[in-house]
Structures are given as structure tokens and as C-alpha cells.
Design a protein around this ligand. Structure first.
Ligand SMILES: [Zn+2]
Ligand SMILES: [Zn+2]
Ligand SMILES: [Zn+2]
Length: 273
């Protein structure tokens, strides 16, 4: 499985578009890994989780060939993960010579209904599928298992376990701390890799539910480790950061590195071996 974390910011990006705070000003000056766009995960050439408003930028910056996109999974309908308007550009005329037709779209009921409405109105080359927590979706050599996130009450937000024959990874964005029931379901896997959101950065505790701070991220990682659900050498990578946490990439890496957590940056490539 070849993974690339395309974007690593919370909803407003970092630097946030209209923000003049110190964390954004420092990011503008230092650049590099401190420039964070909206969150998405590319898996091999053909699979992707979420379609943020920065997808056009991602395709250019990382040389993505999204004409090869076969399956698009969505976590939830928030605008930083679900740029509905961009899906329209799958239409013949906006796109030519796509390798896969139609693209399979997977999401919760709210996402699926919105995509299907657009598909019908604009005659888009998509197949739309509703996915539900813990009901696996097999596509080619991969299995996607939706996990119920703790994020918004108006829809069933999802995280995903992605499995190949040899590897298992968790993509957990967006979510607050999982309840015991979800954690216990996750202990039936043996993970090589956890990619978990850390919107609130080094805060001791989440100021409200729906997102995680480092402490909450470690709660998930340590529970899985204690239950034998992490393989030896499993990596934990934090993503989906808000400028409100105030610490830049290298500062957060110093803090989280002591706990064995890596800090994601835009374009970070991960090869699970
Ligand atoms: Zn988000
Ligand atoms: Zn800011
Ligand atoms: Zn969200």
C-alpha cells in the first residue's frame, strides 16, 4: 500500500485564509512543512479518502493522475473534506480520457444523497454507494471498513480502516475520542499504521468533543497497543492541525516525538513495508 497525505490542516487551512494570528504569520514566514492545506489521503493511484477544496492544488503539487481515480471514499460532509462542486468536473468535457468510468463514490447517507443529486442533475459518470459503520467494502485488493467517528450529530461521520493482504491502517479524521465500544472493535485488527487527527495539537485535553488533542490521540494509540492491536514497528502519524494550537511543525514534532508520534506534513509519503 502506497499512501500520501495530501493535506494536513483543519477546515480553515494553515495559514488560515483570513487570519493574521502569530501562528499563521510564522507559518507564512517559515513556509515548508508549516504550510497546511485541507485534509485528504491518497492510496495507491486509484483510491482516495475525501475531496477537499484544495484538490486541484494537490493534483498539481504532487503530480497526481486523478484521471486514474477509481474509488472515492468520504468521511463526512464538512466543507474541508467534501467539496461537492469539484465532483462536477468528472463530467465529459471538463475531463477526457479518464482511465476508469464510472468512479465509485462511497459515503454516509448525507454525502451519498448530495453526490447522487448532483450526479442526476449533471449526468456525471459516478456510481454512488452508501456505507455504514463496520460494513466492509471490498474494492480490488483493498478492503475499506467504515468506523463511526465522534464528530457531528447531524450525520454519521466515518473514519476508515484500510486493509490489504499484508497491511492494515486506520485513517481517523475527523473524530473526538472513541467510545469503548468502537475502541474494542478496533482491537480485532493488527495495525501497521495509525493516521489520527490532532486538531488541538499539544493541548492536555480536548476543549470540546469532535476533535482530538495529542492526549486523546495517545489514548487511542495506547489502548490499541495494550490490547495487542499494533504490530511491532507500527507507526503513528498525527494530522489535521488547527492554527489555534499555536505550535509549528518542528515544535509539535519535538513534543509528539517523545511519545513516538510523527507529525504529518502536506505531501508526506508513506510506504508500508
Ligand atoms: Zn476537518
Ligand atoms: Zn491563524
Ligand atoms: Zn469535520
Amino acid at each position: 500500500m502506497r499512501l500520501q497525505i495530501l493535506g494536513t490542516a483543519a477546515a480553515e487551512g494553515w495559514p488560515a485564509i483570513f487570519c493574521g494570528c502569530e501562528a499563521c504569520q510564522r507559518a507564512r514566514v517559515l513556509g515548508g512543512k508549516n504550510i497546511r492545506t485541507r485534509a485528504s489521503l491518497q492510496i495507491d493511484d486509484n483510491y482516495k479518502i475525501d475531496l477537499p477544496p484544495d484538490t486541484h492544488h494537490h493534483s498539481i503539487a504532487y503530480g497526481l493522475e486523478l484521471s486514474k481515480l477509481r474509488c472515492l471514499f468520504f468521511t463526512h460532509s464538512h466543507g474541508d473534506h467534501f467539496a461537492l462542486q469539484e465532483i462536477e468536473y468528472t463530467k465529459e468535457g471538463f475531463s477526457h480520457c479518464r482511465a476508469v468510468d464510472p468512479i465509485e463514490v462511497y459515503g454516509n447517507e448525507k454525502v451519498a444523497a448530495a453526490v447522487d443529486d448532483l450526479r442526476q442533475r449533471r449526468d456525471l459518470p459516478l456510481t454512488v454507494n452508501v456505507v455504514r459503520p463496520f460494513e466492509p467494502v471490498k474494492v480490488d485488493h483493498l478492503t475499506f471498513i467504515p468506523i463511526p467517528a465522534v464528530h457531528a450529530q447531524s450525520e454519521t461521520c466515518l473514519n476508515y480502516v484500510v486493509q490489504s493482504d499484508a497491511h492494515t491502517m486506520l485513517y481517523a479524521s475527523d473524530t473526538g475520542p472513541y467510545p469503548a465500544k468502537t475502541l474494542n472493535r478496533l482491537t480485532s485488527f493488527e495495525f501497521n499504521l495509525l493516521v489520527i487527527e490532532c486538531t488541538f495539537g499539544p493541548a492536555r485535553q480536548e476543549p470540546h468533543t469532535g476533535h482530538l488533542a495529542l492526549e486523546g490521540l495517545l489514548g487511542i494509540r495506547d489502548h490499541l497497543a495494550k490490547c495487542g492491536a499494533l504490530r511491532p514497528g507500527a507507526r503513528t502519524i498525527a494530522t489535521h492541525f488547527s492554527h489555534n494550537m499555536g505550535v509549528l511543525h518542528h515544535e509539535m514534532q519535538n513534543i509528539a516525538g517523545r511519545e513516538g508520534v510523527e507529525i504529518a506534513y502536506d505531501g508526506m509519503e508513506i510506504v508500508i513495508t
